[in-house]
Design a protein around this ligand. Structure first.
Ligand code: FAD
Length: 462
């Protein structure tokens, strides 16, 4: 059989895999039952970051006096915000569609796929017809969807997921966010910036971040006016007229609180989209975290792979999905992939931004690594002061051989700055490699430079 490959799902995992496969000469069927771009472009990364930009602008307007600018009156037009988001999403989705079309060896099929056997995919086309495709390999990239907690009252009107919040024009007066993960913290920060009173109920804050970052983020969010409760779980939601009352219980003390809001955003996690794929029929193993895969993202069935949010690797990020897609296609096409899939940046678009790459201190301790740490505060960085954003720090960790093993940033443009750390860690760079590189002044990157030099006692400004 020729190298026909079916990719199911055209999110950042699936469409990138399809393009890489096509570049390598495969005939690819890319099957999608909704929009190209998946969650990321349509209901995730891009819509939220459009809103985030508004939140940043409104925060700057709120603090404009600091810059000697008086702004008497400003208000947000929720409809225009929606329109701008839809335009950006439309532009990106349209661009990806054109890109896919430009590959003559990709056939895009609009329909819902399920597996008949290890070499056959059946597609229920949008027209209602069925089509069967015979392939050499199958790449499942069906992504994830919001999971609701078992909290009582979760089905009430006004209790919503991120999908629904992002399609609302109205900005709720009071928004209760349940969940202190990336999505919960981002929405709390965004809606606070947009003018809602936000109440954040978190069992833990950013549980994958370094402990010091976890500790620092809560007071920073509180200072901006987000009513933040940590170590707490929502127990029950009650409808009271137009309002919703949430009863939440502390995890480690015998105490409850009650908060009232207009909407309750449930951001308590996302689960794999595995229904309707006929995984059981084909014998593919999966659990509640996703489809089981080996280190090459291959399932227990030879030649069938699962990439991105749908697999049980446990990283739900667009760039990770895309890189898994590239890796799998290169493997299928007989090329040894060069991507280092062990190192990926984690970014949280809150105010201030939070990013990390590599090991946390806790992980280094667990692995008995003899590490050292150095931290540079943005309060001592000229560029951060001119921006009016002096909160936060860059923390760099190195092992006993001076190899950089972890970078943790909280502060302005953390999500862009983190890539110097990612480059250093994935290429096993040492402190001296950074020290050798002149960093421009005045830039935020100097904070990374100084923190790294600090590992050797060579920092100039601390
Ligand atoms: P998806 O993007 O979910 O795509 C899967 C596609 O498969 C969908 O289009 C779906 O319609 C299709 N599909 C499903 N079943 C079938 C079927 N049977 N037949 C055909 N098609 C099917 N990640 C980041 O890296 N940065 C961010 O800033 C970020 N922000 C986010 C904000 C929010 C609110 C959310 C919810 C997520 C965010 N993410 C972010 C996560 C990111 O969106 C996902 O990690 C990413 O989209 C996963 O890509 P994927 O290709 O695995 O799946």
């Amino acid at each position: 059989m020729q190298k026909n490959i079916a990719v199911i799902g055209a999110g950042p995992g699936g469409y990138v895999a399809a393009i890489r496969g096509a570049q390598l000469g495969a005939n690819v069927y890319l099957i999608e039952n909704r929009e190209v771009g998946g969650t990321c472009l349509n209901r995730g990364c891009i819509p939220t970051k459009t809103y985030f930009r508004n939140a940043e602008i409104m925060t700057t307007l709120k603090n404009s006096e600091e810059f000697g600018i008086s702004v008497d009156n400003y208000q947000l037009d929720g409809k225009k915000l929606q329109n701008r988001k839809n335009e950006i999403v439309g532009q990106l989705v349209g661009g990806i569609e054109k890109l896919i079309e430009s590959y003559k060896n990709i056939e895009f099929i609009n329909g819902k796929a399920n597996l008949k056997d290890k070499n056959t995919v059946s597609v229920k086309l949008c027209s209602g017809e069925e089509r069967e495709i015979k392939v050499y390999n199958i790449v499942i990239a069906t992504g994830s969807k919001p999971t609701m907690t078992e909290t009582k009252g979760i089905e009430l009107e006004g209790v919503i997921t991120s999908d629904e919040l992002l399609s609302m024009e109205e900005i709720p007066e009071t928004l209760i966010v349940v969940g202190g993960g990336v999505i919960g913290v981002e929405f709390a920060s965004i809606y606070n910036g947009l003018g809602s009173h936000v109440i954040l109920l978190a069992s833990r804050m950013l549980k994958n971040a370094d402990k010091e970052v976890q500790k620092r983020i809560t007071p920073l969010l509180k200072r901006q006016g987000i009513e933040t409760y940590v170590d707490i779980r929502a127990k029950e939601i009650i409808k009271e007229g137009d309002k919703l009352r949430v009863i939440a219980k502390y995890k480690t003390k015998d105490k409850e609180i009650e908060v009232v809001g207009d909407k309750v955003l449930v951001a308590s996690g996302r689960g794999p989209v595995v229904e309707d794929l006929n995984l059981d029929g084909v014998g593919i193993e999966y659990g509640h975290k996703g489809i089981h895969v080996n280190e090459d993202f291959e399932t227990n069935i030879d030649g069938i792979y699962a990439i991105g949010d749908v697999n049980d690797v446990g990283v739900q990020l667009a760039h990770v999905a895309s890189n898994q897609g590239v890796y799998v296609m290169e493997k299928i096409m007989g090329i040894e992939p060069v991507i280092n899939l062990d190192v990926w940046p984690n970014c949280v678009f809150c105010i201030p931004e939070v990013a990390h790459v590599g090991m946390t201190e806790e992980e280094a301790k667990e692995k008995n690594i003899d590490y050292k740490v150095s931290k540079f505060l943005f309060g001592a960085n000229g560029k951060a002061l001119t921006l009016g954003e002096p909160d936060g720090f860059v923390k760099v960790m190195a092992d006993e051989k001076n190899k950089i093993i972890g970078v943790h940033i909280i502060g302005p443009h953390a999500n862009d700055l983190i890539h110097e750390g990612a480059l250093a860690i994935s290429n096993e760079l040492k402190v001296e490699n950074i020290a050798k590189t002149i960093h421009a002044h005045p830039t935020l990157s100097e904070a990374f430079y100084e923190a790294t030099l600090g590992l050797e006692g060579q920092a100039i400004h601390m």
